[in-house]
Write a protein that binds this ligand. Structure first.
Ligand SMILES: Cc1cc2nc3c(=O)[nH]c(=O)nc-3n(C[C@H](O)[C@H](O)[C@H](O)COP(=O)(O)OP(=O)(O)OC[C@H]3O[C@@H](n4cnc5c(N)ncnc54)[C@H](O)[C@@H]3O)c2cc1C
Length: 306
């Protein structure tokens, strides 16, 4: 295991500690602010306008995961319906990202399906797109099944995410591409065991490139969600050498990270979409960001001691 992987595992483990969680929730909102567009939908929509002016597209996420009741799931469904309406009313360039567990997948998969279907239908009415984020491995198959089921019901405006660190992903990508599902490709953000996931950075990167290439070679639109210059530069060169138009894929990055570089990509004619979370349930999202990169933690600590 290299230093980065060790760091990632330590942060993900420490952040699960109840005391650390309590302390962070009590004092951390301001620190998390860099990664979150605001507490309310209106604040987020204002921020989308600002990014759109720079040529940056957005995917909007209402924070919330690990819910414990179906009432909470219904509440989030209503928030998402408002979010879809809000995007349409403001006329901003943003689609939607949501987490299946936020809609109840861990409690009652059928109910989650109904909740997500309502959001997808509303989005379809407004010609918008819904991305089902991919969570940890207990939900991989269920999320894929849900995506395919929505497609079978005509809701082809739904896509999902594939994680390059999972051994199974290459096969999943083949199946989903075959079904015409729009995919976001990522390295993977959760702590997964060596029995099901690559543990070495090099292996994840190699698999990531393979998955990207599978799309670009076949002219299948794909979202490449990474802050890694090695991946971004590789995609640029590969696309240019293969005469693939810049409109046939998009880069995605997270809100608060490399914002100047996001604007620069837009300036250079690439499609770039910023994943923008808002809402008050920011803790799990925030800790995954800290786990990704020691520099993110340093940035937050520096702000704390200012
Ligand atoms: C839009 C988006 C959506 C995502 N959705 C999901 C999802 O649904 N499910 C999931 O499991 N994961 C998701 N992720 C997270 C993803 O799986 C990775 O955990 C995360 O993106 C970190 O990997 P990376 O490729 O960005 O770069 P890393 O592996 O974190 O970093 C590699 C290199 O990139 C460069 N780099 C990274 N960050 C910066 C920075 N801030 N400034 C300058 N250089 C930097 C550095 O050179 C670094 O060494 C998503 C990520 C994005 C961007």
């Amino acid at each position: 295991m290299d230093g980065t992987e060790l760091y990632r595992k330590v942060i993900l483990t420490v952040s699960g500690n109840k005391f650390v969680k309590w302390l962070s929730i009590k004092y951390g909102r301001k620190l998390a602010g860099r990664f979150i567009a605001g507490d309310t939908l209106d604040e987020a929509l204002d921020e989308i306008e600002r990014l759109n002016e720079k040529g940056i597209l957005v995917t909007l996420d209402h924070l919330g995961e690990g819910i414990t009741t179906l009432d909470e799931a219904a509440g989030y469904r209503e928030e998402y319906l408002k979010l879809v309406e809000g995007i349409a009313k403001r006329g901003v360039k943003s689609n939607v990202s949501l987490k299946p567990t936020q809609m109840g997948m861990a409690l009652d998969p059928e109910k989650a399906y109904e909740n997500i279907k309502l959001v997808a239908k509303k989005a379809k009415e407004h010609r918008n797109f819904v991305r089902l984020d991919m969570e940890d491995s207990p939900y991989t198959q269920a999320t894929i099944d849900m995506t395919l089921r929505l497609h079978q019901e005509g809701l082809t405006n739904v896509g999902t995410v594939m994680q390059a660190y999972l051994f199974r992903t290459e096969e999943d990508v083949k199946n989903l591409m075959h079904a015409g599902v729009n995919l976001r490709l990522v390295k993977g953000a959760y702590k997964e065991p060596g029995t099901i996931a690559f543990q070495q950075k090099r292996e994840v990167i190699d698999n990531y490139k393979k998955l990207i290439k599978m799309h670009l070679d076949q002219g299948a639109y794909v979202a490449i969600a990474s802050h890694d210059d090695h991946i971004i530069d590789w995609v640029k060169v590969f696309a240019e050498q293969s005469r693939i138009d810049k409109q046939e894929f998009e880069f995605q990055m997270l809100y608060g990270l490399r914002m100047n570089d996001q604007a620069a990509l837009a300036q250079d004619g690439y499609r770039i979409r910023c994943y923008m979370p808002y809402g008050t349930m920011w803790y799990p999202y925030f800790t995954r960001r800290l786990a990704e990169k020691p520099a993110n933690l340093m940035m937050v600590l520096k702000n704390m001691f200012k």
